[in-house]
Design a protein. Structure first.
Length: 275
């Protein structure tokens, strides 16, 4: 079984070649904790590459999830089927939607513009040229760690820490030309700068432009990042109940796209219990 070349969604001129997962890969990546999902995703995508290895930590979150899906769907001999159950808002009945993940291939988008947007937004009245770009693997790993350390929702500091995480998420997508090369130092410099912004004008403008950038530079699978995690949208499902009445209505569904669910770590389940 061969896996076709993947054209990196954020940079289609870049070709990435993967091999088919082996039993050794399944053993190595079995039992992965969801709290280390992004770190494991980086290790896995790097390990699965053929030839010169490109650091998947530098790929966008959309690139990374698309690559996981690409390997997974092209290494399933009998299809990559999923089932979603939902309460239909049109007929109020419970529906079950069976689909093949491979059918999302025509939903993958490739960028035809540079993977960044430049905007000028001041800080305390001083003009700054911001280089806005989607979250990459390093940023996702950082957010993953911070979200795992959030206090419980009933903790008095929960809302404060969650709001701080939103600022960090914007920080990780807003870059400057003269920032340090070191990720941590650069992020800390930008974070302190953003914290000093006028909240109702400068910061609101930055946050709005980051949101607009993500819409403009949408690429890869139809994914939305929510609280540091990826949600994958699937093709609309037609309501089967109303279809009997010749009424065509549909629901666009999404589910949490956990990277650990698309690693080859289920070899034990395939074999079953030994005799």
């Amino acid at each position: 079984m061969l896996i076709p070349t993947l054209f990196q969604p954020s940079n289609p001129r870049n070709e990435i070649n993967f091999r088919v997962p082996t039993v050794d890969d399944a053993l190595q990546f079995s039992g992965v904790s969801t709290e280390q999902e992004e770190q494991t995703t980086t290790k896995y995508l790097d390990a699965m590459q053929i030839g010169d290895v490109q650091s998947s930590a530098k790929w966008t979150a959309q690139d990374r999830r698309t690559a996981l899906w690409w390997i997974y769907t092209h290494s399933q001999s009998e299809g990559a089927y999923q089932t979603l159950s939902y309460q239909c808002a049109h007929c109020n009945e419970l529906h079950h939607y069976d689909f093949d993940m491979a059918d999302l291939a025509d939903q993958v988008e490739l960028l035809t513009v540079p993977p960044y947007v430049e905007v000028e937004i001041p800080v305390r009245g001083v003009p700054y040229l911001w280089h806005l770009k989607p979250l990459d693997g390093v940023g996702m790993e950082h957010l993953e760690m911070m979200y795992s350390n959030l206090p419980a929702e009933d903790d008095p500091d929960y809302k404060k820490e969650l709001a701080n995480l939103k600022v960090v998420e914007i920080t990780l997508q807003a870059h400057l030309a003269d920032q340090p090369d070191d990720f941590q130092k650069a992020a800390e410099m930008r974070y302190e700068l953003i914290r000093s912004m006028d909240v109702n004008s400068e910061f609101v403008a930055l946050a709005a432009n980051v949101k607009k950038m993500n819409k403009t530079l949408h690429h890869g699978l139809p994914i939305k990042i929510h609280k540091g995690q990826c949600q994958l949208y699937v093709k609309p499902h037609d309501c089967p109940t109303l279809a009997k009445e010749d009424k065509a209505v549909s629901t666009r569904l999404f589910f949490q796209f956990r990277g650990v669910d698309y690693l080859p770590g289920n070899v034990a389940q395939l074999l079953g219990d030994p005799d």
